[in-house]
Design a protein around this ligand. Structure first.
Ligand SMILES: Nc1ncnc2c1ncn2[C@@H]1O[C@H](COP(=O)(O)OP(=O)(O)O)[C@@H](O)[C@H]1O
Ligand SMILES: [Mg+2]
Length: 320
């Protein structure tokens, strides 16, 4: 698969911008983002907190607040989902696009049996009811690797381990047979063992459903272990897109290199400086104020460029 763009794209994001008007000016949370996700591809979006990853995910889910100013297009199987009416948008969520919510601790209703909660999603998005829905629920639990689906369906969330709850949440995410599954920080706040289980569960969900996946994470290990390609986001812009394998072995953009160097494996080298504010940005490369390789040319806007080997990089070092 070419890394510049997905060869057989399911999702194509074109020139996406999301701004939030505030008294101090417009916060550009997502700034001219272009990316595509192939059929059956798992795409990871990484970057520091506040870089715009969740806002991008919410734009794809059509979950942004009304105040958001949105530009560009989000094509899902050839339809721009930004143009859908509210009814079509409602069908999209949980239908063509499934969401694996964060935090298994609080995303399930504590007073409903898990089978009931999965069943609701099944009835809503598959138009089946009664016994048939019950069968689908058991099938989903089984496919998510829960050993006794009938028993699990009758249990309440508190009776399950964290790893099992995550599988239940993932079962809800795939209940509508989505073409695209979105997981935003699926491992946030989890211990190492459950993190490993989450990676395995999402892997299984992608395989079982043949869905494409967008995994939003600041956990580099998740991106490396789970994703086919990875995009690196900084201050609302994508600075690099590569296959996960190449990104972690041969990062190209100075920001990607700094980000990988800051991981515990490398002994935590914190990035100097802070990310730029999201308004009143100076022109040119958004990373220039923190980059060790900055030169005058960095004051000009950098375009995303395709490189030999398939990476896309937004940096003057990789010009021409
Ligand atoms: N509803 C909102 N109104 C104003 N600013 C917002 C809103 N939602 C997000 N932001 C801002 O957008 C930026 C990106 O946020 P987010 O996408 O949540 O970052 P990430 O998920 O990468 O940590 C942040 O500066 C955040 O404060
Ligand atoms: Mg986030």
């Amino acid at each position: 698969m070419s890394t510049a763009t997905a060869t057989d794209p399911l999702l194509q994001i074109r020139g996406l911008s999301v701004g939030f008007p505030t008294r101090a000016g417009t916060v550009m949370a997502v700034d001219d983002v272009n990316l595509s996700i192939g059929k059956r591809e798992t795409f990871g979006l990484i970057g520091e907190t506040g870089s715009g990853k969740s806002v991008l995910g919410m734009a794809v889910m059509r979950l942004l607040p009304n105040s958001a100013r949105i530009g560009g297009a989000i094509m899902l199987e050839g339809i721009d989902i930004l143009t859908l009416d509210p009814e079509a948008t409602r069908r999209l969520r949980g239908g063509s696009i499934g969401l694996v919510p964060q935090n298994p601790g609080s995303s399930l209703n504590p007073v409903l049996r898990v089978g009931t909660q999965i069943g609701e999603a099944v009835r809503l998005h598959r138009g089946v009811s009664g016994r048939e829905a019950g069968q689908v629920v058991h099938d989903l639990l089984d496919r998510m690797g829960l050993p006794e689906p009938e028993k699990t369906a009758r249990q309440y969330p508190f009776q399950l381990s964290g790893g099992m709850r995550q599988r239940v949440l993932t079962a809800i995410g795939i209940a509508g047979q989505p073409a695209l599954l979105i997981a935003d920080e699926p491992t946030k706040g989890l211990d190492a063992i459950i993190r490993g289980q989450v990676i395995e569960t999402l892997h299984k969900a992608a395989r079982e459903t043949k869905a494409s996946m967008l995994v939003i994470t600041h956990d580099l290990q998740v991106a490396e272990q789970l994703c086919d390609r990875v995009g690196v986001m900084y201050a609302g812009k994508i600075l690099e897109i590569q296959t996960a394998e190449r990104l972690f072995s041969a990062p190209q953009h100075p920001y990607t290199k700094a980000l990988l160097n800051a991981t515990p494996r490398k002994g935590l080298v914190p990035l100097p400086g802070t990310a730029p504010g999201l308004f009143d940005r100076p022109p040119g490369c958004v990373f220039a104020p923190r980059c060790g390789l900055v030169e005058i040319a960095c004051g000009e806007d950098q375009a995303m460029r395709g490189m030999n080997g398939g990476a896309q990089v937004r940096c003057r070092l990789h010009a021409g």
